[in-house]
Design a protein around this ligand. Structure first.
Ligand SMILES: C[S@@+](CC[C@H](N)C(=O)[O-])C[C@H]1O[C@@H](n2cnc3c(N)ncnc32)[C@H](O)[C@@H]1O
Length: 246
């Protein structure tokens, strides 16, 4: 399927049939999501996102996709990488997150090469072999079917191209996991409660518990058909990035 020539930096509202609790959760946190990211990571998330985008190997002139783009951080970084001859699609199923992304692109002095698309990571509205590179930041942990999401990414990624998937690192080490959980209980949730979002951020702990370790992520990528998969621990082991090649 070809992408229709929609106006740049607007988002295309199409109904998403998989509306569920997670979609509602991300819509609720949309207005404060960026502030909280900066506050809770002390700005470090910007570095992790840069690393992840650079692992995607996106380059000038490429057509690239940021799945679960939220308010658009990775899409904006990709926009600079691919330049004005390239094209970035930021896809998310939360209209509210896309509205924040769209308004940020009008205030940021960014290239006019981003299109915001409302859609489901489990049913990507793109043709096979369509993208030169794909990123996904803090999205895989949140989709209800990780295997399906990986299959969809593989389907729309050109042969030889790379996906870079940034998320929390679920450590094999009990001590590291306990430290992460302590930080969530004692820093993240209390800070989020100032914004009335303690329940929303409490969800982080269970989502990391239920997530996959680096080794399991590599295994999943190879099982769905990627030719190579490597998981890197970053941010002192707090975060991880899965880099897989079609
Ligand atoms: C934690 S946010 C990450 C946003 C952004 N990538 C970042 O790194 O700041 C996760 C995003 O995934 C989106 N999401 C979760 N499941 C999705 C799905 N099945 N399809 C599309 N978006 C989804 C949510 O709406 C939310 O915006």
């Amino acid at each position: 399927m070809m992408l229709a020539p929609y106006p740049i930096s607007t988002f295309r509202p199409t109904p998403v049939r998989c509306a569920n609790d997670r979609q509602a959760l991300f819509s609720r946190i949309a207005p404060v999501y960026d502030n909280l990211n900066d506050l809770l990571s002390l700005g470090q998330h910007r570095i992790w996102k840069r690393m992840s985008v650079s692992w995607s190997r996106a380059k000038l002139g490429d057509r690239v996709l940021d799945v679960c783009c939220g308010s658009g951080d990775l899409a904006f970084l990709l926009s600079n990488k691919v330049g004005s001859d390239g094209k970035v699609i930021g896809l998310d199923f939360s209209k509210e997150q896309l509205m924040v992304a769209s308004s940020r692109s009008s205030t940021k002095n960014c290239l006019k090469n981003i299109e915001w698309v409302e859609g489901d990571a489990l049913d990507l509205p793109f043709a096979d072999d369509w993208f030169d590179a794909i990123t996904m930041g803090y999205g895989l942990r949140n989709v209800v079917n990780k295997q399906k999401a990986m299959q969809e990414i593989l389907r729309v990624l050109k042969p030889g191209s790379t996906v870079s998937i940034l998320d929390f690192n679920k450590s094999n080490e009990p001590l590291a996991s306990s430290i992460t959980e302590l930080m969530i209980d004692n820093i993240v949730v209390p800070v989020a409660s100032v914004y009335g979002l303690s329940e929303e951020y409490r969800y982080l702990k269970s989502s990391i518990r239920e997530f996959l370790t680096g080794q399991e992520l590599e295994k999943l990528a190879l099982e769905v058909g990627f030719s190579t998969a490597q998981h890197y621990e970053i941010g002192g082991g707090l975060m991880g990035c899965l880099v897989a090649k079609n």
